[in-house]
Design a protein around this ligand. Structure first.
Ligand code: IPM
Ligand code: MN
Length: 362
């Protein structure tokens, strides 16, 4: 298979983790007989610095000419320190999501058993947890109009908006996924307070009529946040609107041990974007200590969801699992029993996973 992959490294640790994913994808191509062509374009702070625009038109053009996009991370503290900055790195990612209508953000919370001790949660609570989030990604308060500030700058507003169509299409994808898993779907909302959530719940209930075999439950987002760490095993597929999904998936990262482990796929009608859930982590950028696994697993998700290469994708997941079983750890996933010589950097972790892939396919 021949595919064009657009690399958007972005900011902070984005470039270094993405490089390891390219290494792993090249290994997959070599051992399974595929051809992946990589090209690069700018996004985020890097694009603001070079072009004054977090999503330059060249990047959109490059995306249109590609079969899938691999993104590193966006964001730089310089912009966080100036809340009045109107041009921000994150806008690049949000515009890209909107431009390609990437409405379905799939975030699997997969706990590799060797990492049971890496989480701040007790292993007996975590063991066996396996959740996948379906986060609506192009609606809600992230994009609703009007938004802004008054003339005297002492008042600001954002708007949460949803249409039934927007709820329906993400709900269907989540129900379909539940059918391929344990047939349970939990929809998260705040229907006791928000109009949007009442529309959300009503629409999810309507869609549910076509899925009588899937057990549907509803949770208010505050309760969901608590239940996630109280008993994560109760969840199979979780369906949420945009901002609730953003918050809950960071929380759920502790189920997988670290934010550095979580991959995601953002799917739309034309192209898929694959990116780790974590941010640009500027404090550790350029030090070769960032965990590349979230990005590498995003590469695995690309193979499965964008190219239909399930065996190749599974091979990456297995290679990661194997390297973890051999007790190799990046800083963020080490625990009290990790030996000093098993703590590896970003590049070494990428190399270990790539060589394990080669061994698996030999
Ligand atoms: C995420 C990130 C983004 C979001 C930011 C970088 C805009 O936190 O993908 O979860 O809020 O969606
Ligand atoms: Mn987030």
């Amino acid at each position: 298979m021949k595919k064009k992959i657009l690399i958007l490294e972005g900011d902070g640790i984005g470039p270094e983790v993405t490089r390891e994913t390219m290494k792993v994808l090249r290994t997959v191509a070599a051992s399974f007989g595929h051809e992946f062509q990589f090209s690069e374009a700018l996004i985020g702070a890097a694009a603001i610095e070079a072009k004054g625009n977090p999503l330059p038109p060249e990047t959109v053009t490059a995306a249109k000419q590609s079969d899938a996009i691999l993104l590193g991370a966006v964001g730089l503290p310089k912009f966080d320190q100036d809340p009045s900055a109107t041009v921000r790195p994150e806008q690049g990612l949000l515009k890209l999501r909107k431009e390609f209508d990437l409405f379905a953000n799939i975030r699997p919370i997969k706990l590799f058993s060797p990492l049971l001790a890496a989480s701040s949660l007790k292993w007996e609570v975590l063991e066996g947890a396996d959740i996948v989030f379906f986060r609506e990604l192009v609606g809600g308060i992230y994009f609703g109009e009007p938004r802004g500030r008054n003339a005297t700058q002492d008042e600001a507003w954002d708007t949460m908006r949803y249409t039934k169509d927007a709820v329906r299409r993400i709900a269907r994808m989540a129900f379909d996924a539940a059918r391929r898993r344990r047939n349970m779907l939990c929809s998260v909302d705040k229907a006791n307070v928000l109009e949007c959530s009442r529309l959300w719940r009503e629409t999810v209930n309507e869609v549910a009529r076509n899925y009588p075999d899937v057990t549907l439950t509803h949770l208010y987002v505050d309760n969901a946040a608590m239940q996630l760490i109280k008993n994560p095993r109760q969840f199979d597929v979780v369906l949420t609107e945009n901002m609730f999904g953003d918050i809950l998936t960071d929380e759920a990262a502790q189920i997988a041990g670290s934010l550095g482990m979580l991959a995601s796929a953002s799917l739309g009608p034309r192209i898929g974007l694959f990116e780790p859930i974590h941010g640009s982590a500027p404090d550790i950028a350029g030090k070769d200590i960032a965990n590349p696994i979230a990005s590498i697993l995003s590469g695995a998700m690309m193979l499965e969801f964008a190219f239909g290469l399930k065996a190749e994708s599974d091979a990456i997941w297995r290679a990661v699992e194997h390297v973890l079983k051999e007790c190799y750890r990046t800083q963020d996933i080490k625990d009290a029993t990790t030996l000093e010589d098993k703590i590896v950097g970003t590049q070494d972790m990428g190399n270990l996973i790539a060589s394990q892939l080669l061994r698996l396919s030999a």
